[in-house]
Design a protein around this ligand. Structure first.
Ligand code: PEP
Ligand code: MG
Length: 326
């Protein structure tokens, strides 16, 4: 199977009816870039920067310095040879704890995590923003902000990005003045209030892992409720299709970077909803491409619309199976 997939390495990622689809990689470290390129990635759709902050050795200081971060981001953008690299700012807390954070929250997933933590620690956030901006002088970088839900968080984030830019300008350090800034859509409130995001940001990326967790109130790492973690719940399908369609209508680029994007059983459904950018673990790139090049949107789109009108779980599962066969 791997051998068969190897044959489509150079095949353009285009559906049978001629629709091009962008395939991006999720990475944790710059050293993951060769694997992304090997899978034919058009770029990095999600660089989970928190991995630079997690599991640090004794020899390393607690927080990675601006220089250490800059070196990592620069390494990734150079390794991708001109392809865009989307760097997500620190997304820690809950399922991604780090040593220097205090764990006092009763509900960490609903607590001070990701952008909330960064806005509470503006000096730490500014350090990361400067490191990312500096790397943008070496290749195309996009800034992705996790866990946004409130207009005030967008405003504060954009103000801090502006402040980081100003600091670099004062020091005469080069960076991309036009660096695109995007939001993860992973809190249901964000998916239901998209105009807030579309108006202020350059692109969106749906984090299905957290979107499912928060919409269904299922802790993504709690085994006792794992059986209820259902990506095919009609509420999830609604949030996804609504978000993709709304962004498309506003002509704001949108991708999915959660696990769903790398699940070949979901590829056709996401295509049918209008998704044209998938970001996934590099190991999944060729399998997903194989689905894409064997998909015909003229039949998948009407079949998807039917699934979106279906509410019985069994009927949804049956329709999904049928979708694999057309
Ligand atoms: C997500 O929530 O779907 C996502 C891509 O981010 P993470 O899994 O790192 O929270
Ligand atoms: Mg997430």
């Amino acid at each position: 199977d791997r051998k068969k997939l190897g044959k489509i390495k150079k095949t353009p990622s285009v559906t049978i009816d001629g629709t091009p689809v962008t395939l991006l990689a999720n990475i944790e470290f710059p050293d993951d870039c060769p694997q992304a390129l090997d899978g034919g990635a058009h770029g990095v759709g999600l660089f989970r920067s928190e991995f630079l902050f997690m599991n640090r050795t004794e020899a390393q200081t607690q927080l990675p310095s601006e220089e250490e971060q800059f070196a990592s981001y620069k390494k990734a953008v150079i390794a991708m040879k001109g392809r865009p690299v989307t760097i997500r700012t620190l997304d820690i807390g809950a399922d991604k704890p780090i040593d220097f954070m205090e764990h006092t929250s009763l509900n960490p997933a609903l607590g001070l995590r990701a952008i909330r933590f960064c806005l509470a620690e503006p000096q730490m956030f500014l350090t990361q923003l400067r490191a990312i901006l500096r790397a943008s002088a070496f290749g195309p970088i996009k800034l992705l902000i996790p866990m946004l839900a409130h207009a005030s968080e967008i405003d504060q984030t954009l103000a801090l990005i502006e402040q980081a830019k100003k600091q670099l300008r004062n020091q005469k350090i080069k960076f991309d003045e036009e660096i695109p800034v995007g939001a993860m859509i992973e809190i249901p409130a964000a998916a239901l209030a998209l105009p807030l995001f579309i108006k202020r940001l350059d692109f969106l990326s749906i984090g299905t892992n957290d979107l499912i967790q928060y919409a269904l109130a299922i802790d993504r790492v709690d085994h006792e409720v794992a059986h209820l973690y259902n990506p095919l719940h009609p509420a999830i399908l609604f949030l996804l299709s609504h978000t993709i369609a709304t962004a498309a209508k506003a002509e704001v680029p949108i991708s999915v970077c959660g696990e769903m994007a790398g699940d070949i059983k979901m590829t056709r459904l996401l295509l049918g909803m209008g998704l044209r950018e998938f970001s996934m673990h590099p190991a999944q790139l060729l399998s997903v491409k194989n689905e894409i090049i064997n998909s015909d949107l003229t039949v998948i789109e009407p079949a998807t619309r039917k699934i979106l009108r279906t509410y019985e779980p069994k009927a949804i599962v049956d329709a999904m199976e049928k979708l694999q066969q057309i």
